[in-house]
Design a protein around this ligand. Structure first.
Ligand code: SAH
Ligand code: SF4
Length: 390
């Protein structure tokens, strides 16, 4: 029998597990602190645990980290880890240091079934959901290895990672059951102690699960918009066919009633000739305005320069295009930021995370057959048509 992985549990889960061993709840708190605050995986070194408990744990439980395939450091301080999740699948996590914070970008699935046109994970197809333990193992490993490398702040709060964004590989809201306990551990004061404002779930728009997250654990929310109308969004973010923009925006409004921040962050990946014209920017403003389908949506826009990858057949918008686009949004009264690309030299930027996955969906074949918007079609060099059929 394989040992139970204690990384799979939030505090209640650990308490239940302790109860099964005939141990009191405070033992779960101790375990949580040893594992997540101190990075300890060896029960023998958990010195204030009763010897009898250490003995019991040794037989049945372990702190099972993910094997690290590689660690790459960018000139700008960004660190990318590739983790082995078995059966030929790998996922990535990226640490992005800034002056006032350290952000870890975490993966939720091996591959992704949504299949967005511009996303390299989407092109790889879907293999499987990560477990809670595999989601948390990324944070556990990153935090403690960065501390060991001396990145810690020392003192009473040695934490290196102050923010977590679920923006790695996968659609977190299509792995809700494993995601929720992982988020609870990230927020737990006995573990990582993040505030809800510093923990962001990014979604392509899985409407029913947005409602559940709102009801059960409302953390900061980012929504990947990428298009101002259904016709274009259907092509770029296929889940739009199931949950079109009016439904998505209504879910955003509902989310805001409980959200820890009073705005939704809309991510918008700038694709040359596809979604980056002044007309698109004006349509976007109209969409979230009082005259839009659900009235004014309090929001910020985060414009992401497209990170090209082989076979995408798409190009990054020029800096001038992006500037002009941003200016229209800003003039329309919406706070708009331009995401800096970080870790470019190690392919750690958004949508470039490309740990190998064993695709079971053959999504890439479907994606390259999918018609692109007219604007892109009119540019013969904008689509790589040469890999039709895989
Ligand atoms: N599945 C979730 C979270 C992971 S993707 C989601 O889609 O929101 C994180 C962000 O990276 C999303 O906004 C996504 O649209 C964006 N992204 C994906 N591929 C990209 C690329 N090639 N260039 C720039 N951003 C990309
Ligand atoms: Fe999946 Fe997000 Fe990539 Fe779309 S952008 S394919 S939802 S990971």
């Amino acid at each position: 029998m394989t040992a139970v992985n204690l990384l799979d549990f939030d505090l209640d889960g650990l308490a239940d597990f302790c109860a099964q061993l005939g141990e009191k709840r405070f033992r779960a708190v101790q375990l949580m602190r040893w594992i997540h605050q101190r990075g300890e995986a060896d029960f023998e070194r958990m010195s204030d645990l009763a010897k009898s408990l250490r003995g019991k744990l040794a037989g049945v439980a372990e702190v099972r980290a993910l094997p690290v395939i590689s660690e790459q450091r960018s000139a700008d301080g960004t660190v990318k880890w590739l983790f082995d999740v078995g059966a030929g699948n790998a996922v990535e996590a990226v640490f992005i240091p800034e002056d006032d914070r350290g952000t870890l970008c975490v993966s939720s699935q091996a591959g992704c079934a949504v299949g967005c046109r511009f996303c390299s994970t989407g092109h790889q197809g879907f293999s499987r959901n990560l477990t809670t333990g595999e989601i948390l193992a990324q944070l556990w490993f990153a935090e403690h290895s960065l501390r060991r490398a001396g990145a810690g702040r020392g003192g009473p709060d040695p934490r290196v990672i102050t923010n977590v964004v679920m923006m790695g590989m996968g659609e977190p809201l299509q792995n809700y059951a494993a995601l929720l306990p992982a988020l609870r551990v990230m927020l737990d004061d006995h573990a990582y102690g993040l505030s809800r404002r510093r923990l962001t779930v990014s979604t392509s728009g899985v409407v029913p699960m947005m409602d559940r997250l709102r009801d059960e654990l409302p953390v900061a929310l980012a929504v990947s918009l990428h298009a101002p109308d259904d016709a274009l969004r259907d092509q770029l973010v296929p889940i739009n066919r199931k949950y079109p923009l009016a439904e998505l925006l209504a879910a955003c409004q509902r989310y805001l009633e409980r959200a820890p921040r009073d705005f939704i962050t809309f991510e918008y990946c700038m694709l040359d000739g596809v979604n980056d014209t002044p007309a698109h920017a004006r349509a976007l403003l109209a969409l979230v305005s009082a005259q839009g389908p659900v009235g004014r949506v309090p929001c910020k826009f985060n414009l992401i320069p497209f990170n090209p990858f082989p076979k995408s057949g798409l190009r990054r918008s020029s800096a001038e295009r992006v500037q002009a686009f941003a200016q229209i949004l800003i003039d329309g009264g919406v706070v708009t930021t331009l995401r800096k690309t970080r870790g470019d030299d190690i392919d750690a930027a958004c949508g470039q995370l490309a740990g190998e996955v064993q695709d079971r969906t053959r999504v890439h074949e479907r994606l390259v057959r999918m018609p692109l918007p007219a604007a892109a079609r009119s540019r013969p060099d904008a689509i790589g048509g040469g890999h039709e059929g895989g």
